[in-house]
Design a protein around this ligand. Structure first.
Ligand code: ZN
Length: 273
């Protein structure tokens, strides 16, 4: 939830660009991998930045969301290049009253033909989170950080308890930032209905989830950069875990007692350790 005064459209565009740049800085968005979307629950006028308009079909019917507005990355766009021309890389979507179509506002410099192919998962997670909490802001980032993704290729890390007890033991920040742990979604074909449904369920319980053998998804109802932070915290943890795997498990890690002491000191509720 964001308090008034709400951010201007240009501020949101810049923050999306900065989040995309950060995903690139941590090697989580090779080529055109990854996508970002943002829900804005207050009146925003798109047409100064996005004067062209067309009608598109929604991948998920959202009749209860008529009139709601989203910023979404274009298919094939590079997250690291959004910041160079934010309007050219993003579409501004307003859902029509029929709930099956939307108005897509775009820039004359538009660099994409369609919105991201993962728009179905984005919309379904937005709907779930907005309905559950009533938030007026919600950001989602999909990225492909290599250490988290590599761990999802090792069968033991597909168990959420095993995954989180191993991930969240390398830095005090980990349990503070991700007290509900990192969620795990089994491999599904990218963009498929199965991926969408599993993602919605996992993101009810987690701020960041792994798409097995693919990448991660993070969400925040505070800012798009906060969602990027969650990916960075989880990826740093996975990098430590990977280092320990290749170093024959010589690292001690924070012990469960040490992690519980951190949680007491910072008043963190968690059930992992
Ligand atoms: Zn992907």
């Amino acid at each position: 939830m964001i308090e008034a005064p709400y951010p201007e459209l240009d501020e949101l565009l810049t923050m999306i660009g900065e989040a995309g740049q950060r995903m690139s800085d941590i090697d989580a968005t090779e080529g055109a991998a990854g996508n970002i979307s943002v829900y804005m629950g207050w009146p925003v006028e798109p047409r100064r930045r996005f004067p062209l308009v067309e009608t598109i079909d929604l991948p998920v019917p959202m009749p209860e969301f008529s009139g709601r507005a989203f910023l979404v990355t274009g298919s094939g766009r590079r997250l690291r290049e959004i910041i160079q021309d934010t309007a050219a890389n993003l579409g501004f979507v307003v859902i029509n009253d029929d709930g099956r179509t939307a108005q897509l506002y775009t820039s004359p410099r538009r660099l994409f033909a369609r919105l991201t192919s993962e728009f179905n998962s984005h919309l379904a997670v937005h709907r779930s989170a907005i309905t559950a909490s009533g938030t007026n802001f919600h950001a989602i980032i999909h990225a492909q950080p290599p250490y988290l993704t590599y761990l999802s290729h090792i069968p033991a890390y597909r168990d959420e308890t095993y995954l989180n007890r191993h991930l969240l033991r390398w830095e005090p920040e980990s349990i503070v930032q991700l007290p509900e742990g990192v969620g795990h979604v089994p491999f599904h074909v990218p963009g498929s209905p199965e991926q969408m449904l599993d993602t919605v369920e996992a993101m009810k319980r987690h701020k960041v989830i792994i798409w097995a053998k693919h990448g991660v998804v993070a969400r925040s109802d505070l800012s798009v950069k906060r969602a990027a932070d969650y990916i960075e915290y989880a990826e740093t943890a996975a990098r430590y875990e990977y280092m320990d795997l290749v170093n024959q498990g010589q690292g001690e890690g924070l012990t469960p007692e040490e992690i519980r002491a951190i949680c007491r000191a910072f008043n963190i509720q968690q059930s992992i350790f």
